[in-house]
Write a new protein. Structure first.
Length: 268
């Protein structure tokens, strides 16, 4: 892989001394005898949007899930290498995995609200943490729904079942649920793939707002979306990170011919 401005060697970016929020060093993932990811080394900038691109099966979602140890839940999965969150190894034996997943939240490809009320969906993580008063929970639910640009649409029906929301609203509800536990990083695995163009636009506008406060890593098959929402982009192919750089550089002047072929539609 050609080193971009967020490579391990390059630190947090050209012209800045700030360390990456997340730093992967030689991260590999295998499922049994199948090698899904090979020696990925890259830094993820704080309060920026990083897009991971590539054809199906290239390893981008596998890498995303490694960033908050979701592979712990997959029988036979094995992760090697190091991933640092603010300089701390998330795979260290003493890591509190529940707390890690609060700090590094995940929004999945298809909206997955619980069969509960809108209010209880957002409050779910707060109940798990305990110690919150009813007033604090109500305040956090409202703040999170506002943060997900959903409050005005649901404020008069918080007691209604979340499954009655539209697909786009359900996805924003899942984002609100992630925001409620005060994450530092939000991982998004193709969050718009099941949505119509209008709902997709709302999610993209929301991502642009959220990056002011959160570090966001998004997996997407939509190249136009990656160009619109991200400041940094990486191209995965066959389990390897082929190229990583600023988004304008990746799209205008990729260093690797394979990246150029993918972006111009020659394959993928």
């Amino acid at each position: 892989m050609r080193d971009g401005p967020l490579s391990v060697e390059g630190g947090a970016g050209a012209g800045t001394a700030r360390a990456p929020k997340l730093l992967a060093r030689q991260v590999s993932v295998s499922y049994g005898r199948t090698q899904a990811l090979r020696a990925i080394s890259v830094g993820i900038a704080e309060r920026q949007v990083t897009a991971l691109m590539g054809p199906s099966g290239c390893g981008k979602s596998t890498f995303l899930r490694a960033l908050n140890r979701l592979h712990d839940l997959t029988p036979g999965a094995r992760v090697t290498g190091t991933i640092l969150l603010d300089g701390q190894d998330i795979y260290a034996e003493d890591t509190d995995v529940v707390r890690l997943r609060q700090r590094v939240g995940m929004v999945f490809q298809r909206p997955n609200p619980f069969p509960k009320s809108i209010f209880e969906n957002v409050a779910y993580g707060l109940h798990l943490r305990r110690g919150h008063s009813r007033a604090e929970i109500r305040e956090t639910v409202e703040r999170s729904l506002r943060g997900a640009a959903l409050w005005n649409e649901v404020k008069d029906r918080l007691d209604k079942n979340a499954l009655g929301l539209s697909g786009g609203q359900q996805q924003r509800l899942c984002i609100a649920r992630a925001l409620a536990v005060e994450p530092e990083v939000i991982l998004m695995d193709e969050p718009c793939s099941a949505l119509d163009p209008i709902a997709t636009l709302k999610i993209e506008e929301l991502i642009d707002q959220l990056k002011q406060q959160y570090t966001i890593v998004i997996v997407t098959h939509n190249l136009q979306q990656a160009a619109r929402v991200s400041q940094y982009a990486g191209f995965f192919l066959l389990g390897e990170l082929i190229e990583f750089n600023t988004t304008p550089q990746i799209f205008a002047q990729p260093h690797d011919r394979r990246t150029e072929d993918y972006i111009t539609g020659r394959f993928g």
